[in-house]
Write a protein that binds this ligand. Structure first.
Ligand SMILES: N[C@@H](CCC(=O)N[C@@H](CS)C(=O)NCC(=O)O)C(=O)O
Length: 207
């Protein structure tokens, strides 16, 4: 399996899932800031993903798989021994709901705007209000819980990336003690610590 990634981008969630599952994976870095966008070997990235976005996963049979929730479920299903998502049923649907929540309510609707240098200030203000509402939902959900569901899963990996971005943006974590404790717990999990350490090193070297 090949993962097209950029350091500290949302693709880090799939790296975490791979480490968690012991999945053999080759990591191919993409420069999404370059024009035209290209992989570390200079290959045109738009030929791999016309959207120009990471992550993209190339499965062993060559299939190209797009979109975080789909890629994360693919890795979880491909390595069932790691129990990164429940089989079909109510628990699976709850995991899919969390993946959808992170993808749309946090990633696209809020952090996508807050991290976009070109976004106007009023759009950013709206995004900040939106993230506060959604973090309040997470705070209530995570009080007294270790993970989003009964055990660590791919939705936790994806949410962790959002919480790293929140810290990078210097968002005040004081109103969210349960969410902050959850982030700190995940951060010392071996798969997460390894992925974060490796990607942060790459990110800093490029800055
Ligand atoms: N809907 C996509 C969003 C992916 C996405 O936003 N990727 C960002 C990095 S976190 C990216 O590649 N940005 C570069 C760009 O859009 O030019 C998914 O879930 O996979």
């Amino acid at each position: 399996m090949d993962l097209y990634f950029s350091p500290m981008a949302c693709s880090m969630a799939t790296r975490i899932a791979a480490y968690e599952a012991g999945a053999p994976m080759t990591f191919i870095r993409v420069d999404t800031k370059a024009r035209p966008k290209r992989t570390q070997d200079g290959a045109p990235f738009l030929a791999i993903n016309p959207m120009g976005q990471v992550p993209v996963l190339r499965a062993e049979d060559g299939e190209l798989i797009y979109e975080n929730p789909v890629i994360l479920q693919y890795v979880a299903d491909r390595f069932p021994a790691a129990s990164l998502i429940a089989p079909d049923g109510p628990e699976r649907r709850r995991a899919q709901a969390w993946l959808g929540f992170v993808a749309s309510e946090l990633h696209a609707r809020t952090f996508g705007v807050l991290l976009a240098a070109s976004a106007p200030e009023d759009a950013k203000a709206l995004a900040r209000a939106s993230v506060a509402e959604r973090f309040a939902v997470l705070e209530a959900h995570l009080a007294g819980r270790e993970f989003l569901q009964d055990r660590f899963g791919v939705a936790d990996a994806y949410l962790f990336v959002m919480l790293v971005w929140a810290r990078y943006l210097e968002m005040d974590s004081a109103p969210y003690p349960a969410l902050s404790a959850y982030r700190d717990r995940l951060q010392v999990r071996p798969s997460v610590a390894r992925a974060l350490g490796e990607e942060f090193t790459l990110f800093k070297a490029a800055a």
